[in-house]
Design a protein around this ligand. Structure first.
Ligand SMILES: Cc1cc2nc3c(=O)[nH]c(=O)nc-3n(C[C@H](O)[C@H](O)[C@H](O)COP(=O)(O)OP(=O)(O)OC[C@H]3O[C@@H](n4cnc5c(N)ncnc54)[C@H](O)[C@@H]3O)c2cc1C
Length: 260
């Protein structure tokens, strides 16, 4: 992350990009100095408590205790205009970040940490495999937009409703599939089945894969263990876990990494 103290950003606008995806445009003078190429990098969103004043929240960001914090992805950054878009999956009011985004209106505020490094920065493969559920659509879209025009491969997106399909630049050689899983709390078996049935390409395969941790575990086994794809060619990451809050999910990931 570029600076340890979170910055305080203001909501410029918030709207439903698709029925289950809320785009929040944040503004703040610090955005002008950020790397305009940080689309797809992860970041931390610090959430004010309901009813908390801006001054109180700013003090809390500086002096603690740490507010509720969640991990998101920079979808777009317009440095000159001092604007940044973050896309929040709306998965009900149980999650503080999902609930905050659903209520967000111009003039609201949140803390921002980061951005971290962009996940996929070099494109050298013969073929690409991109897989994302809605939480990882901002990453997948940013990655596809950065790919060379002649890239080939497969992209599989899991969305909650047919109308959650988004339109962004995808190289024409990438075969794209949108599959609908109305209840993301039921782990999809369709994606692992589609991956198993892929006509496996020759040469180097690079992956950019993220989503629900249970699905990711199955895909990691299929790609890294069974297919023996080199780790360095693969970004593959669990972004959330059915039944766990983000902090609990992070603790689980740390414990798993310690064992591996
Ligand atoms: C590197 C990284 C980048 C990420 N980028 C994005 C992003 O750009 N956009 C985005 O929307 N998410 C993104 N996520 C996922 C996001 O951090 C989690 O979904 C987070 O749990 C949301 O916080 P919350 O407060 O809404 O819910 P929490 O309080 O963490 O969880 C409450 C409940 O909601 C469930 N839940 C959490 N996420 C989802 C979901 N997506 N669908 C259905 N149920 C869910 C949990 O299982 C839990 O039962 C990213 C995660 C990582 C690690």
């Amino acid at each position: 992350m570029s600076s340890r103290k979170p910055k305080l950003f203001t909501v410029l606008k918030a709207w439903n990009l698709t029925p289950n995806m809320i785009r929040v445009t944040l503004t703040g003078p610090e955005i002008a100095a950020m790397d305009p190429n940080c689309r797809g990098a992860n970041c931390k969103i610090f959430l004010p408590a309901e009813g908390q004043s801006r001054d109180e929240f700013e003090r809390q960001l500086q002096d603690g205790p740490r507010p509720v914090v969640r991990t998101y992805t920079v979808r777009q950054l317009r440095a000159k205009a001092q604007e940044m878009d973050i896309d929040f999956v709306y998965h009900g009011d149980e999650g503080p970040a999902s609930a905050w985004a659903a209520r967000a209106k111009p003039g609201d505020f949140c803390g921002f940490g980061g951005p971290g490094p962009v996940k996929v920065t070099s494109f050298y493969a013969n073929s690409y495999l991109i897989i994302a559920d809605m939480s990882a659509l901002p990453l997948a879209a940013a990655t596809l937009e950065a790919m060379p025009e002649d890239a080939t491969g497969t992209a599989i997106f899991e969305i909650m409703a047919p109308t959650d399909r988004q339109h962004f630049r995808i190289p024409p050689g990438i075969e794209t599939h949108w599959i609908v899983n109305a209840d993301p709390h039921v782990q999809t078996e369709t994606i692992p089945r589609m991956v198993a049935a892929l006509d496996w390409p020759a040469g180097v395969v690079q992956t950019c894969i993220a989503g629900e941790s249970g699905v990711i575990k199955t895909l990691r086994q299929a790609l890294l263990v069974d297919r023996k794809l080199p780790k360095e060619d693969c970004y593959i990451s669990g972004y959330w876990k059915i039944g766990l809050k983000e902090d609990e999910h992070q603790t689980m990931k740390r414990a798993e990494n310690a064992i591996a």
